[in-house]
Each structure stands twice: as C-alpha cells, then as structure tokens.
Design a protein around this ligand. Structure first.
Ligand code: HEC
Ligand code: HEC
Ligand code: HEC
Ligand code: HEC
Ligand code: HEC
Length: 218
C-alpha cells in the first residue's frame, strides 16, 4: 500500500517543537526591544561606526541638513546619506585619516556604513517628514540643536502624548517654512506670527494635524 504521508512528515512534530519556542522568543524579544530604553529614552546616543560630528559639519562648516538628508522635504523619511555624499569631500579631505577608514572601506566594498538608528517609531505609528517640513515645523523643534551635537542624541521622547501635545495646538511651534533647517532661528527674536506670514502657501487656519486614531495608526 502506498504511503499517504511521506516519511519526512514524521519530523513535523519535531520541527513544531523547535519553531514554536523560537516564535515565542521573537515576540518576547520584539516587545523587549520596543519597550527598551533605546527608542524612548531622551538622551539615547549610541556610538556610531564612524565618529561623524554634526557639530563639525553643520555647526562649523555650515552644511545644510538637506545636503545629506535630501529626501526630508519630499518623503516620509529623512534619508541617511550614502557614502558617496561623504566622499564628495573626503575623497580629498583627510583621505588618510584612520577615523575615516570605515568610510573608505564602505566605498571600496560598496556596502553601506552600518549607522545605528536613534529615532525609531514602532511600525504601527505613521509619521511623515515632508508634511511637517511643509507646515513649517523646524528640525530643531523635534530633534534639538543638532548643530551642537558631536554625537546625535534623542531630544524628544517621540511618545504619543508628545505628538498630540503639538497637534492640539500647533501654531506656536511653527516658523517660516524657509527657516526649517535654520538651527539658530528663534521665535522671539524673529517676533514671528504665523498667521501673518505672507510666505505661507497655506494659511495656518487650514492646518489640521490629526487627533483621530487612524491619522497616525493607519
Ligand atoms: C554631511 C552630512 C550630514 C549633514 C549636513 C547633516 N546630517 Fe544628520 N546625519 C548624517 C549621518 C551620516 C547620520 C547618521 C550618523 C549619526 O547618527 O550621527 C545622521 C543622523 C542624523 C539624525 C539621527 C538619525 C537617526 O538615526 O535617528 C538626525 C535627527 C539628524 N541627522 C538631523 C540632522 C539635522 C537636523 C541636520 C541639519 C541641522 C543634519 N542632520 C545635517 C549626516 C548629515
Ligand atoms: C562639504 C565637505 C564635507 C562633507 C560632505 C563631509 N565632510 Fe567630513 N569633514 C570635512 C572637513 C572639512 C573636516 C575637518 C577637516 C579637518 O579637521 O582638517 C571633516 C572631518 C570629518 C571627520 C573627522 C576626521 C578626523 O580624522 O578627525 C569625520 C569622521 C568625518 N568628517 C566624517 C564624515 C562623514 C561620515 C561624512 C558623510 C556623512 C562627511 N564627513 C561628509 C568635510 C566634509
Ligand atoms: C514633527 C517632528 C519632526 C520634525 C519637524 C523633523 N523630524 Fe526627523 N524624525 C522625527 C521622527 C518622529 C522620526 C522617527 C521616524 C520613524 O521612526 O518613522 C524622525 C527621524 C529622522 C531621521 C532618521 C531617518 C528617518 O527618517 O527615520 C533623520 C535623519 C531626521 N529625522 C532628520 C530630520 C531633519 C533633517 C529635519 C528637518 C528638515 C527633521 N528631521 C524634522 C520627527 C521630526
Ligand atoms: C511641533 C509640532 C508637531 C509635532 C511634535 C508632531 N506633529 Fe504631526 N503635524 C504637525 C503639523 C503642523 C501638521 C500639518 C497639518 C496639516 O498640514 O494640515 C502635522 C501633520 C501630521 C500628520 C498628517 C500627515 C498626513 O499625511 O496626513 C500625521 C500623520 C502626523 N502629523 C503624525 C505625527 C506623529 C506620529 C508625531 C509624533 C511622533 C507628530 N506628528 C508630531 C505638527 C506636529
Ligand atoms: C499624532 C499621532 C497619533 C494619534 C492621533 C494617535 N496616536 Fe497612538 N501612538 C502614536 C505614537 C507615535 C505611538 C508610539 C509611542 C511610543 O513608541 O512610545 C502610539 C502608541 C499607541 C499605542 C501603544 C501603547 C502606547 O501608549 O505606547 C496605542 C494602544 C495607541 N497609540 C492607541 C491610540 C488610539 C486609541 C488613538 C485615538 C484615540 C491614538 N492612538 C491616536 C501616535 C498617535
């Protein structure tokens, strides 16, 4: 009589026994990961594979955020620059520096530099940079004085209540859209009133940041 179940099916219970704890482990790890201080603790500042400094490149050299994070105005994500962007300068500047060895290696092997993420919302929360930038929310409002950071650290908790605090009353947090990447811009010095800004394409009365759940949980 032909066998209905081929012989390998004998191993199914065994495989199940091995996979189930693994799956459970993954779920536990996921909760531990998202719940861990890495992504919620203000001040979280991991050591990066290359000692890249915003303080030097933005604060001293005066590079604009968009030189590197060039998708921030048009996309949900603010892209981390590819190695080639750094090589625009470092093919000539400090081309022997040992601190830049991982950069040269990344270029030679065509592998991305393994930068460690600092800001990370859980998958179930939706965020879009371009909308905030267009409305005139400054990078510094959410990320702090990045131009003074030798190592980037988490400035705001990125919690739901943090998002909602602004969404309930966004107008005081707005600046002219042209000043979004200007780290030194100051509301009081500029004596800025968003309601009277001719530069704004959309009047502030037309801004409606979502408060309903499906606005951010899509
Ligand atoms: C010369 C390129 C360059 C410029 C200019 C630059 N950055 Fe960055 N930025 C990087 C690189 C590379 C990283 C990843 C390494 C790190 O975190 O330091 C990064 C990381 C970041 C992060 C953390 C990303 C994460 O993992 O969560 C933020 C926030 C950030 N940049 C904001 C800014 C702001 C704001 C400006 C302008 C004031 C700016 N950057 C200008 C290259 C640049
Ligand atoms: C517009 C030019 C420019 C770009 C683009 C640029 N750098 Fe630099 N970088 C410099 C200059 C100038 C210095 C300082 C040189 C000095 O100290 O003599 C520097 C210094 C550094 C140093 C310190 C090296 C040392 O030996 O002290 C690191 C690390 C570095 N850059 C990494 C990066 C990375 C990573 C990127 C891409 C995300 C990048 N740079 C993009 C111009 C640039
Ligand atoms: C309204 C608050 C807010 C503003 C304004 C803002 N960011 Fe972010 N940024 C965030 C949040 C939240 C994340 C994490 C996004 C995620 O995990 O999906 C983030 C992540 C990033 C990252 C990591 C890559 C990514 O997209 O996840 C970079 C780089 C960054 N921001 C740069 C900038 C720059 C440059 C500006 C100004 C042009 C800016 N941000 C303006 C809130 C903001
Ligand atoms: C400092 C103020 C501020 C903070 C902080 C902020 N937002 Fe917003 N958000 C705005 C403004 C202003 C708008 C634009 C509303 C409009 O254009 O009508 C907006 C719009 C949005 C939208 C609608 C975008 C779309 O495509 O429909 C989403 C989603 C959103 N924010 C999510 C978030 C999340 C998630 C966080 C926290 C991680 C956050 N925001 C933090 C001010 C803020
Ligand atoms: C402006 C954006 C925004 C809106 C609106 C919003 N949420 Fe959230 N929510 C978030 C973000 C961002 C997180 C992740 C927070 C974190 O990682 O600490 C989150 C997390 C959560 C969580 C996970 C538990 C927790 O507190 O971390 C639940 C549950 C939740 N939201 C339910 C809701 C419900 C229900 C509504 C409607 C009443 C809602 N959210 C509206 C942004 C939003």
């Amino acid at each position: 009589m032909a066998q209905i179940f081929p012989k390998w099916t004998n191993y199914i219970p065994l495989i199940g026994g091995a996979v189930a704890p693994l799956a459970l482990g993954t779920v536990v790890a996921a909760f531990w990961y998202w719940g861990s201080p890495w992504f919620t603790d203000v001040g979280y500042a991991p050591t990066q594979p290359i000692p890249y400094s915003h303080k030097l490149h933005v604060g001293d050299l005066g590079l604009d955020c968009r030189y590197c994070h060039n998708t921030v105005e048009h996309a949900s994500r603010a892209a981390i620059p590819p190695t080639a962007t750094c090589m625009n300068c470092h093919a000539n500047v400090l081309k022997e520096s040992p601190r830049l060895a991982p950069l040269r290696e990344a270029m030679a092997t065509d592998q991305p530099v393994p930068w460690i993420r600092i800001h990370q919302l859980p998958d179930y929360a939706y965020f879009d940079h371009s909308v905030h930038v267009a409305a005139g929310v400054g990078c510094a409002t959410c990320h702090g004085r990045v131009d003074q950071m030798a190592v980037v650290s988490l400035h705001a908790p990125l919690s739901m209540s943090w998002c909602l605090d602004c969404h309930r009353d966004p107008v005081p947090s707005l600046r002219p859209p042209s000043q979004v990447t200007n780290m030194a811009w100051d509301k009081d010095t500029a004596n800025y009133d968003p309601a009277r800004d001719p530069e704004r394409k959309r009047p502030v009365t037309e801004l409606h940041p979502p408060l309903h759940c499906s606005g951010c949980h899509r």
